[in-house]
Every structure is written in structure tokens, then in C-alpha cells.
Design a protein around this ligand. Structure first.
Ligand SMILES: Cc1cc2nc3c(=O)[nH]c(=O)nc-3n(C[C@H](O)[C@H](O)[C@H](O)COP(=O)(O)OP(=O)(O)OC[C@H]3O[C@@H](n4cnc5c(N)ncnc54)[C@H](O)[C@@H]3O)c2cc1C
Length: 318
């Protein structure tokens, strides 16, 4: 494996790869235009759930691997990871429990369990990891630095060959930025908008309905995330009308008065039509690059599984 490793991107994919490579003893540096809360990762909800990412046969094993790592991090409160009951609903018809969810203990929600079900026709529930991005991205950055890693912010590459030649292996975790960086026309911005509201009294589980209009209410340590949207759009500005619609729908489902909005967040989910790109390639100057982008609506859910596979690819291409 290359001695010095450069990672492009400081969202959840870049930071998790950084931790894994640095803790394997490699001299690793992260370069990124934006860091932490400025990234798409900073706008995420970010519940463990394999949503809006392809292909299923690769996504599910990565997701299950990540589940295990996040579940162990949930034992340490400072990570910002906790376990939460997630209730997944449909407005019409019988919701199928996916095969992968059964070994995780998913079960059908019985109508008498929750009044919220009145808005929905059916649902299933399972305990999953929830990462509070306001804590978790900092946790990853701190863990990476402790393992000897360096983070260089405000660095914008036009092309990957600009990376200093002292780095012999490059990992591309540029998210939607990979469209321009490596001219990947297969990437599609799946715009998501959320409203951050104060903690909702009595709401201790995540309520999710993936059926249009997308709706979720996710209680975090200090606040609650109301969502959401998923449209193909480049627009990274928050739309006040969308925020009002999100808050109205979540309040209707939860049967509460509309809370005040503390913040609005928008992120572009890096959806890749032909599936997550996690594979080696070569730069024009002959250096090996490993692409790790295109995680769509599941970047947190796939993060540890993909980082682990990136290390395996690095070992086998050394
Ligand atoms: C509203 C919303 C809700 C979501 N909810 C969930 C959820 O519940 N669970 C879940 O798992 N996922 C969720 N997601 C999806 C998740 O946020 C993304 O899949 C994830 O953030 C992608 O992470 P990333 O690190 O690959 O990309 P990003 O977070 O976008 O990071 C990309 C990094 O690359 C850098 N970069 C890009 N181009 C360049 C360049 N040319 N030069 C230098 N640096 C560059 C950027 O500055 C940034 O640091 C949600 C997304 C949104 C928008």
C-alpha cells in the first residue's frame, strides 16, 4: 500500500476513510473545499437506513458492516451516535419488511402501539444507529487527528493530478463534487431540505415515511430534524415555502402545534445512477486512485463498510 495517502473530501466518507487508513498506520492527509457542517454530510439527518443508493447487492453488506461499527460507537456518548427505534411507515397498503431487516429484529407495528399510525396505513419498526452530525463529524475529525492525520481545509482541486506527488495513493471522497472533479456525468444531485426544530416533548423514536411526500421526524441530542425532500436539483439555497410545508406535515403527523424553526439545511445527496463508485483507477501520472463516492441518501449508513473495502482495495493494488 502507498506510504502517503491523500483523501479528497471531509464529509462522512472522507473522514471515515481517514480514520481507517490512519489507524492502519498510514500517513494520511485530508484535503477539502468544505469541512464539517458546511458539507452535505452536515445537512444529513443521519439515521442508519439503506435509502436512495445502488446497487442493493453491494449496499446491504456495506450497510450491515456499518451498522455493527456504529452500534459499538453508540456505547460511547461523546461520539454523537446512539441507538434509536426507527418506525418506517407507508400511507397506503401493507409495508413489506425487507429481508435484511429481519435479522436486525424488525417487526410490524401494531396499531395500538402508536397514535401516530393514524396518518399511515402500516409500518415496521427496528432499532438502528442515529448519528448526530453536530457531534459525530467532529468526533471523526478528532479521532483522525489523534491517529496522526492532517486536515487541510479550503483546498479546491480542479483535477486530482494537482495533488502533491509525495502522496502515492489518492482516495476520492468528493461526494457530488466528483461530477466536476472526475467528470462523472452519472452523478445526480438529489436535493434534500430539512428544518431543525427544538426537541419535541415525548418524541423518542424516529418517524419515517419514504413515500411521497417524504416525511421524517428524527429526535437528536439537542434538537429534532424535520424532513424532507428528494428532488433532482442543484439548488443549495433553502426554500422557505418548502420549510413551511415540511413543518406543517410533520406537525400534522405528530399531532403537535407547529414548532419554531431553529435552522434550515439543504444538501445535495450524491446519487449515482450506475451505483456507488468504490473501485481503483489510475491518475494520468500513474498513481493509484480509489474512488469512494456516489452514496446517495445513505452516506452515513455505508460509511464504515465502504472505508473498510477501500483499505482492502488499497492492499490488493499495492
Ligand atoms: C437532507 C439530507 C438527509 C440525509 N439523511 C441521511 C440519513 O438519514 N442517513 C444517511 O446515511 N445519509 C443521509 N443523507 C445522505 C448523506 O448526507 C450523504 O450520502 C453523505 O453526506 C455523502 O457524504 P460524502 O462524504 O460522500 O460527501 P459530502 O458530505 O458531500 O463531502 C464531500 C467532500 O468533498 C469535498 N470536495 C468536493 N469536491 C471537491 C474538490 N474539487 N476539491 C476539494 N474538495 C472537494 C467537499 O468540500 C466535501 O468536503 C442525507 C442527505 C441529505 C441532504
Amino acid at each position: 500500500m502507498g506510504e502517503r495517502i491523500a483523501i479528497v473530501g471531509a464529509g462522512v466518507s472522507g473522514l471515515t476513510c481517514g480514520v481507517v487508513f490512519a489507524e492502519h498506520g498510514h500517513r494520511t492527509a485530508i484535503f477539502a473545499k468544505e469541512t464539517g457542517q458546511q458539507t452535505t454530510s452536515g445537512a444529513a439527518a443521519a439515521l442508519w437506513f439503506p435509502y436512495d443508493a445502488e446497487p442493493t447487492e453491494r449496499v446491504i453488506p456495506w450497510a450491515l458492516r456499518t451498522f455493527d461499527v456504529l452500534a459499538s460507537l453508540a456505547l460511547v456518548p461523546a461520539t454523537g451516535v446512539s441507538m434509536i427505534e426507527a418506525r418506517q411507515y407507508l400511507r397506503t397498503g401493507e409495508i413489506p419488511i425487507p429481508d435484511w431487516a429481519i435479522p436486525l429484529g424488525a417487526s410490524v407495528i401494531q396499531p395500538e402501539v402508536t397514535g401516530v399510525l393514524e396518518s399511515f396505513a402500516s409500518g415496521f419498526s427496528l432499532r438502528v444507529p442515529l448519528t448526530d452530525t453536530t457531534l459525530y463529524l467532529d468526533y471523526l475529525a478528532t479521532r483522525f487527528r489523534k491517529a496522526g492525520g492532517e486536515i487541510h481545509a479550503n483546498v479546491h482541486f480542479q483535477e486530482l493530478e494537482e495533488i502533491d506527488s509525495r502522496f502515492d495513493l489518492v482516495i476520492n471522497c468528493a461526494g457530488i463534487g466528483a461530477r466536476e472533479l472526475v467528470q462523472d456525468g452519472d452523478l445526480e444531485p438529489h436535493r434534500g431540505q430539512v428544518a431543525i426544530v427544538p426537541k419535541i416533548q415525548g418524541l423518542s423514536c424516529a418517524i419515517v415515511c419514504d413515500e411521497a411526500p417524504l416525511m421524517y421526524a428524527i429526535p437528536r441530542t439537542n434538537d429534532c430534524v424535520f424532513g424532507g425532500t428528494n428532488d433532482v436539483s442543484e439548488n443549495s439555497a433553502a426554500d422557505p415555502e418548502t420549510t413551511s410545508r415540511i413543518v406543517a406535515e410533520c406537525s400534522r403527523v405528530l399531532k403537535i402545534d407547529k414548532p419554531r424553526v431553529l435552522a434550515e439545511r439543504v444538501g445535495l445527496r450524491p446519487f449515482r445512477r450506475s451505483g456507488v463508485r468504490l473501485a481503483p483507477d489510475q491518475l494520468r501520472d500513474g498513481r493509484t486512485i480509489i474512488h469512494n463516492y456516489g452514496h446517495g441518501g445513505a452516506g452515513f449508513t455505508l460509511s464504515w463498510g465502504c472505508a473498510g473495502e477501500a483499505v482492502k482495495i488499497a492492499v490488493s493494488s499495492a
